[in-house]
Design a protein around this ligand. Structure first.
Ligand SMILES: O=C(O)CCC(=O)C(=O)O
Ligand SMILES: [Fe+2]
Length: 326
C-alpha cells in the first residue's frame, strides 16, 4: 500500500467482538465519609491502578446537567461554521488553544479542540465563543472535573505513601488541559480506528464520552478490551508521568478510540499534570537498592519537545524515559 493511501484511509481492523474490560466502579462519595471507608476506596483505587491501569468513578459530585452541558457544547463547537473553527487551527502543538482536524498520525479520523483549563481565569478568554455558551458550560465542567481529579490524585499518592504537601502544591499550580474530541459515525463494516493507540503523558486522564468508543489494552493479555461506561460515570486511567513518579508500580495505559457504528461521538478528556517546566521524577521514597530508579525525569515541556522531535520514530514517550537496566 502506498504511503499516501495510508495517510488518507483510517485503518480497518478485522471485525471481532471485543470483551469488555472488567474494571472497578468506585463509589467516590465513600472517599469522604469515614476514615475506614476512605481507606477502602484508596485501596480499591490503588489496586485498579496497579493491576489494570484504569477504573471508573460514580457519585463523584459532578451534576448530570454539567456533564450534559459539556458534551452538548463540545458537539455544537464541532458543528459550528468552518470559519469559527478556523481561527483555532494551528500546526503549533504548543498553543494553549488549538483546533486540529487533519490526520496527524495519532488522529486517524478525529477532530480535536485542545485548550488549557487551569487556572481557568487565565485561559477561558481564549476559548471558543461559538456556541455562545461554550465558555460557561465547558468552564463549569473544567472546574468540577479538576476537583475530582485532585481528590483521586490525593488518594493515589496516599496509597504510595508519598509527601502530599509538595505534590499538592505542584498540582495546585499544575498543568491541566481539556482535549475535546469529535469522531464521525463509522460508515464502513469492521472497526475503524479514530484515534490511534497511545498513552497520555500526564498523571491521570479522566474521560467523559457521549457514547462507547474507547478501548484499552489489557496489561495481562495484551489484547484490546472495550470500555462500557454508565452514563454518569467518569473513566480514569493512568498516564506516563504516574508510571514515572511511582517508579513503575503503576503502569501507563495504552488506549485508542474507535468509531461508533450507530452515531458520531464526542469525548472530553481532562489531562492532569505538574506545571509546564516542573520535572516529574521517580519518588525518592520508592527508590532503593532493591528498586532502582527506572525512568529519567521529565516535564510537560519535555513531552512537547519529544513530540516535535519524534515525527518519524515510533518510540513512545514512556519508552524514551525508561533507563536501560542491562
Ligand atoms: O475519545 C476517547 O475516548 C479517548 C480520547 C483520548 O484518548 C485522548 O484525548 O487522549
Ligand atoms: Fe488519550
Amino acid at each position: 500500500m502506498s504511503t499516501t493511501m495510508c495517510n488518507l484511509a483510517p485503518p480497518l481492523v478485522p471485525v471481532k467482538r471485543l470483551e469488555p474490560m472488567q474494571m472497578p466502579v468506585i463509589d467516590f462519595s465513600k472517599l469522604h465519609q469515614t476514615s475506614k471507608s476512605r481507606s477502602l476506596v484508596i485501596r480499591e483505587i490503588a489496586t485498579a491502578c496497579r493491576d489494570i491501569g484504569c477504573f471508573q468513578v460514580i457519585n463523584h459530585g459532578i451534576r448530570k446537567s454539567v456533564m450534559k452541558g459539556a458534551l452538548e457544547v463540545a458537539s455544537e463547537f464541532f458543528e459550528s461554521s468552518p470559519k469559527s473553527k478556523a481561527k483555532f487551527i494551528s500546526p503549533d502543538i504548543t498553543k494553549p488553544v488549538r483546533y486540529n482536524c487533519s490526520n496527524d498520525g495519532l488522529s486517524k479520523s478525529r477532530s480535536l479542540l485542545k485548550h488549557y483549563a487551569h487556572p481557568l481565569d487565565e485561559w477561558i478568554h481564549f476559548w471558543p465563543q461559538e456556541p455562545p455558551s461554550y465558555r460557561e458550560k465547558m468552564g463549569k465542567y473544567a472546574v468540577e472535573i479538576r476537583r475530582v481529579a485532585l481528590d483521586i490524585l490525593d488518594a493515589i499518592f496516599q496509597s504510595l505513601g508519598l509527601h502530599q504537601a509538595y505534590i499538592r502544591e505542584k498540582l495546585e499550580q499544575g498543568m491541566k488541559f481539556l482535549a475535546v474530541n469529535s469522531y464521525p459515525q463509522s460508515t464502513k463494516p469492521g472497526v475503524t480506528v479514530g484515534l490511534a493507540p497511545h498513552s497520555d503523558y500526564d498523571f491521570i486522564t479522566l474521560i467523559l464520552p457521549s457514547c462507547p468508543g474507547l478501548e484499552v489494552m489489557d496489561h495481562h493479555t495484551k489484547s484490546w478490551k472495550t470500555v462500557l461506561q454508565p452514563s454518569d460515570a467518569i473513566h480514569v486511567h493512568v498516564g506516563d508521568h504516574l508510571e514515572v513518579l511511582s517508579n513503575g508500580i503503576f503502569r501507563t495505559l495504552v488506549h485508542r478510540a474507535v468509531l461508533n457504528s450507530e452515531r458520531s461521538r464526542v469525548s472530553v478528556a481532562s489531562i492532569h499534570g505538574f506545571p509546564m517546566d516542573e520535572k516529574v521524577k521517580s519518588a525518592g521514597e520508592l527508590v532503593d537498592e532493591e528498586h532502582p530508579k527506572l525512568y529519567r525525569e521529565s516535564s510537560f515541556k519535555d513531552f512537547l519537545d519529544f513530540l516535535l522531535s519524534r515525527r518519524n520514530n515510533n518510540e513512545s514517550y514512556i519508552e524514551s524515559l525508561r533507563i536501560s537496566t542491562i
